[in-house]
Write a protein that binds this ligand. Structure first.
Ligand code: GLU
Length: 478
């Protein structure tokens, strides 16, 4: 048997971290077993589905490296298949048209509430005679199509994460709606039904999805049976929780993959982090994975039942690991769009210069976007003087030191690291001052602050742009 799994996002919002983590588990499982990973866009909800969300979902999956083997398939293009299946259930008497009005359903719910019962449909239209149906139609009532669920049915499955699951038909709220009214009398098929038709048609062997779908699984198992197909194996992965232990939601702010991207996380770190959201590798000390590496080790035996807390500090740590271990060339490619986005002019900066800058600031980055602030002084013509910086320039001897550096610079046809070191040494001697005063004053003149990246490297970068002399002059004149 070839393993076939799928990710089935609804394009009613941007790619959500929960959906992406489900995609990760599906991808890992497929690759572990040499199987296929299929992408299906569940756009049956025409009112809430938007093409821009589909674009965002596809782009997000690609960015994360979650490449799919088949698809994307769009449910909106497969309506005939679903209608044929609805018709089959109607013909077999496994489903029926229900004409109960919204007002009647509301009254039923109120009555149940008054008795302290859980709301459920009472299956009142299960056995309508053709005459009764005709009468409802003559009244102009519209209908939904309901699938019969017997209260005393027991539904059992062996979940790969949650082990043996047992549900009763009576837990499922009465006969379930599988299609809404439509002009052709067959109806507009709904989520729980089309998922099953698709999963049968696409020969899905394992349905891996979030725990919030467990009640759907119980219903869907009955639909597989009615449609004459064997149910796949189910695995319900734990929810992602916020730090307070509640389900991560829109209220937590950042939840979509494109938001994480904007915050400066790398795809590798984010996908690595999602892998660990609910799964732990056999060697629990191992934290850094590629998707391929994790796929080798992946199994549902090591997926937790308990919710997985989203830990920003851990994600930041992983991100910094990826950034610090990335070749300068690749990190430069990632930072160029970040600088462009910040409006920095890259025209006058050559690639080797950019790479030198990346080598300088890369080791201090946790998120890519921090490069904007960290490299600001290399992209602007003037420096912003901090309070501490300003005090430093007022120190006794600071101005003389800077003038001496400037004078020494004038006599240099070329400028290298060795020459920079030599100039500093000479100035210390000539001015008879401590090296610290020279270094600090020079740093403030060049960068505006007393803290920052390696001074000599910064100086080399600025010198290459011809900015160092102007900054020294400016600091002296203050
Ligand atoms: N479209 C569903 C969702 O986005 C997926 C359902 C499934 O995986 O079966 O939650």
């Amino acid at each position: 048997m070839t393993v076939r799994v799928r990710i089935a996002p609804s394009p009613t919002g941007n790619l959500h971290i929960g959906t992406a983590r489900t995609a990760v588990f599906n991808w890992l499982f497929a690759h572990h077993h040499g199987g296929k990973f299929i992408l299906r866009i569940e756009d049956t909800d025409l009112e809430r589905s938007r093409p821009e969300y589909t674009d965002n979902i596809l782009a997000g999956l690609r960015w994360l490296g979650l490449n799919w083997d088949e698809g994307p398939f769009f449910q909106s293009q497969r309506l005939d298949l679903y209608k044929t299946a609805v018709k089959k259930l109607l013909d077999q008497g496994l489903a029926y048209r229900c004409y109960t009005t919204p007002e009647e359903l509301e009254a039923l719910r109120e009555a149940q509430k008054a008795k302290g019962e859980a709301p459920r449909y009472d299956n009142r239209h299960r056995n309508l005679t053709p005459e009764q149906e005709a009468a409802f139609q003559a009244e102009g009532r519209s209908f939904v199509i309901r699938f019969k669920i017997d209260d005393d049915r027991e539904i059992v499955w062996n979940d790969l994460v949650r082990d043996k699951m047992v549900w009763r038909g009576s837990d499922l709220g009465g006969d379930m709606v599988i299609a809404r009214a439509s002009a052709d009398g067959i109806g507009q098929p709904l989520y729980n039904f089309v998922v099953v038709v698709d999963d049968i048609d696409m020969q899905i062997t394992h349905v891996i999805r979030g725990e919030d779908h467990i009640a759907n699984t119980a219903k869907q198992i009955l639909l597989y049976e009615a449609l004459g197909a064997a149910a796949p194996v189910f695995a319900h992965s734990p929810l992602i929780l916020n730090m307070d232990g509640r389900k991560l939601s829109k209220r937590d702010g950042v939840t979509s993959i494109s938001d994480f991207q904007k915050l400066g996380f790398t795809a590798e770190a984010l996908v690595n982090y999602m892998t660990l959201l609910g799964w732990s590798p056999p060697d629990s000390t191992q934290e850094i994975f590629t998707l391929e590496g994790a796929a080798k080790e992946f199994s549902f035996e090591r997926v937790n039942k308990a919710g997985a807390k989203f830990d920003w500090a851990k994600l930041d740590w992983l991100n910094s690991q990826y950034i610090h271990n990335m070749p300068v060339d690749k990190l430069t490619d990632l930072l160029i769009p970040v600088w462009q986005e910040a409006g920095y002019n890259l025209e006058a900066r050559e690639r080797p210069w950019l790479e030198q800058l990346v080598a300088l600031i890369g080791p201090s980055l946790t998120r890519l976007v921090e490069a904007v602030e960290m490299s600001k002084l290399f992209f602007s013509d003037t420096v912003e003087l901090s309070e501490e910086g300003s005090k430093q320039l007022q120190q006794e001897g600071a101005s003389a030191v800077l003038s001496a550096i400037l004078a020494a610079l004038e006599n240099q046809p070329e400028f290298t690291e060795a020459i920079a070191q030599e100039i500093i040494k000479q100035v210390v001697k000539q001015q008879n001052v401590k090296k610290g005063l020279v270094m600090r004053s020079l740093r403030v003149a060049l960068t505006g602050d007393v803290h920052g990246p390696d001074l000599i490297q910064s100086w080399l970068l600025l010198n290459h742009l011809g900015l160092d002399k102007a900054r020294l002059n400016q600091a002296i004149s203050l």
